[in-house]
Design a protein around this ligand. Structure first.
Ligand SMILES: [Zn+2]
Length: 414
């Protein structure tokens, strides 16, 4: 390599300049930031240099091949959606109307609705149809700033169909695929019997984490305990849907089992706030599902003040949260939880990446991390305030500009 070539290789390939606010952690190398420290997140102006797929420097680079003029903009790390139910087939819009007009869930289920309806749609759709829908949703997520996301199984409801869901999650290119094999008890099984099938699926399938839905209509704390043992045997993190509609006191069970996250928590028992906040276990809050299902509001302000590792996600699914936008989720969290914009953004960046075991790579703007960034056409404070509006005007994933809003095309020059 000539001296000139070496200089070119050392030079960054892309320079972002002019941003008024750039969200950065208080220090490099943090795996997560507990929420009582969210105010330490910095929002200073700084240029960003990208080399290949990595963040190279926070300094101006006049020799970059591509330039992004972010004048007047805020820049965030790529948003991370750590709880979605992609891939699924079809929607359940007709059920939503029944639900909001007061038809009880039992009646909806009797008419063939609920998770069983999504399982039927999943069984009837071809792989190509499932992937086409999921890819369209992933593109919508990208346009809202999501550059990393999790997929889950759970609409298979048979050993063969759950294995197919794992395969489709991988084909979709999700950053993590979670085996939610214990989502609902399939027809012909009782919960104990299905847990034997879950055990076999966990051993046979290539998944990054295991998950369970603990609720009166699904699985109980004893099954959560059993899944904890299975996850430990398989060497993958345990996650759990808990305390969504009832207080089942599942959090102490999940903590004892070493869970990576407990998700939902709308009915979290007050006595479980402190132990959860002290644990190395994320509280994943899903305010979109809370709104759409008229759930209670979790004690999110108390969790944040007590220093929990809080995360936010869309819970994107056809039943309780057909939502793809993390900026919308940020708006909901700020209003419902009494959180600051910094608290809400921390929860869908660094802490969400930690939930997925990806915080060395994603979730914050640091030299050496994957160059995933989101350019907003407004200050950070506008994200929750101008509720429901998408402020994202440019998205970069792994150093490549993957989405630009048409009115922001002028910002990119090559
Ligand atoms: Zn969920």
């Amino acid at each position: 390599m000539s001296e000139g070539q070496q200089a070119a290789a050392a030079r960054s390939t892309l320079a972002l300049t002019g941003a008024a606010e750039v969200l950065r952690p208080p220090a490099d190398g943090l795996p997560y930031l507990r929420h009582d420290r969210a105010h330490e997140l910095r929002l200073d102006p700084t240029p960003i240099a990208v080399h290949g797929d990595r963040i190279a420097d926070f300094a101006a680079d006049d020799g970059a091949a591509m330039r992004i003029d972010a004048t007047g903009c805020a820049v965030l790390p790529g948003l991370v959606d750590c709880h979605t139910h992609l891939p699924f087939a079809g929607w359940r819009a007709e059920e939503y109307e029944l639900k909001v007009t007061g038809v009880p869930y039992e009646e909806i289920a009797r008419r063939g609705g609920g998770i069983a309806a999504s399982a039927r749609a999943f069984a009837q759709a071809s792989d190509g149809e499932v992937l086409a829908q999921a890819r369209a949703l992933a593109a919508e997520m990208m346009a809202c700033g999501t550059t990393g996301f999790e997929a889950k199984t759970g609409y298979g409801l048979s050993p063969e169909a759950e294995a197919r869901a794992v395969k489709l999650g991988r084909e979709l290119g999700a950053d993590r695929v979670t085996g939610l094999f214990a989502h609902a008890v399939p027809e012909g099984y009782d919960a104990d019997g299905w847990m034997n099938a879950v055990d076999a699926l966990a051993a046979a399938c290539d998944v990054d984490a295991l998950d369970i839905y603990v609720e009166s209509v699904a699985f109980a704390n004893e099954h959560l305990e059993r899944l904890g043992a299975i996850a430990a045997r398989e060497g993958v993190p345990l996650r759990a849907h808990v305390e969504q509609f009832n207080a089942n006191r599942s959090v102490p069970v999940a903590l004892a089992a070493g869970a990576r996250s407990v998700d939902h928590l709308a009915c979290l028992h007050p006595d479980d706030v402190e132990p959860l906040a002290a644990a190395e276990c994320a509280a994943v809050l899903l305010p979109g599902a809370e709104l759409m299902s008229a759930e209670r509001t979790p004690p999110a302000r108390a969790l944040a003040d007590a220093g929990a590792i809080c995360a936010l996600a869309t819970d994107c699914n056809p039943g309780t949260s057909p939502i793809v936008s993390l900026p919308l989720i940020v708006g909901l969290a700020v209003r419902r939880y009494g959180w600051t914009a910094r608290e809400a953004l921390l929860a869908c960046t660094l802490n969400a990446a930690w939930v997925l075991g990806l915080s060395e790579e994603l979730g914050s703007l640091e030299v050496g991390k994957r160059a995933d960034l989101v350019v907003l056409d407004s200050p950070v404070a506008h994200v929750p305030y101008r509720f429901g509006r998408n402020p994202v005007c440019l998205v970069m994933r792994a150093g490549e500009v993957t989405w630009v809003r048409s009115d922001a095309a002028w910002r990119v020059t090559a």
